[in-house]
Design a protein around this ligand. Structure first.
Ligand SMILES: [Zn+2]
Length: 213
């Protein structure tokens, strides 16, 4: 707690002073450049990764960057996506998984959630990830490779769940919204984006417009 309080003190005395005009502008409202759906993991820091300012990213976080499919569940995730698309009109939604994801690891090792009933129920939203791993990647025996592949598969499964939201379908049809699947490898500072043309995750290409990655 001491570290947290010290950080807030430093923010108020140093950072806020330098960014005060920005915060005053944001008082009038927000116009984020993207919605960023990612894991709660403390090693993932979206604003640091994208060097984004307050007001730039509309962030949704939970264990495993999961999006319950519509309309099966009334969820905070569905409400947050609907608000981002219909009210804030974000042009891009990024579903960003990350290396060494504990939630995906727990999905692969069910015994690890025996005493975590809420976690186990929550991970049911990634059941398709597990099915795909078993049907298509059953030959992956190395635990690190298996986890790495499951993290990628999960991001794609959750991206499809984003597409299941009616607000998203409508905005995509109007060509006002694009949805992206990324994996952030925090230990090497690299972001890999899914390329539908090659059906592989490739290092983020800075030459292209984000909407076409
Ligand atoms: Zn995670």
């Amino acid at each position: 707690m001491r570290k947290l309080l010290e950080g807030i003190r430093q923010f108020q005395t140093d950072v806020f002073r330098h960014k005060q005009p920005l915060f005053e502008r944001l008082h009038k409202g927000q116009e984020p450049v993207a919605m960023f759906i990612t894991c709660s993991d403390s090693r993932v820091v979206p604003n640091l990764l994208a060097q984004a300012d307050p007001g730039d990213l509309f962030v949704l976080r939970n264990a495993g960057n999961l999006v319950p499919p519509y309309p099966t569940h009334t969820s905070g995730e569905a409400a947050t996506i609907e608000y981002a698309v219909r009210v804030l009109r974000v042009p891009d939604i990024i579903v960003c998984g990350h290396s060494q994801c504990g939630a995906v690891n727990a999905l692969l090792d069910r015994s690890s959630t025996e005493s975590l009933p809420a976690v186990r129920r929550w991970l049911s939203h990634a059941e398709r990830t597990l099915e795909i791993m078993e049907s298509s990647y059953g030959d992956l025996t190395d635990p690190a490779e298996r986890l790495s592949k499951a993290i990628e598969v999960n991001v794609l499964v959750q991206m499809l769940n984003v597409y299941s939201q009616p607000s998203v379908v409508a905005a995509v049809q109007r060509r006002e919204l694009a949805v992206h699947a990324w994996v952030y490898h925090f230990e090497i500072g690299q972001v890999r984006a899914f390329n539908p043309d090659t059906e592989t995750f490739e290092p983020l290409c800075f030459e292209e417009e984000p909407a076409s990655t």
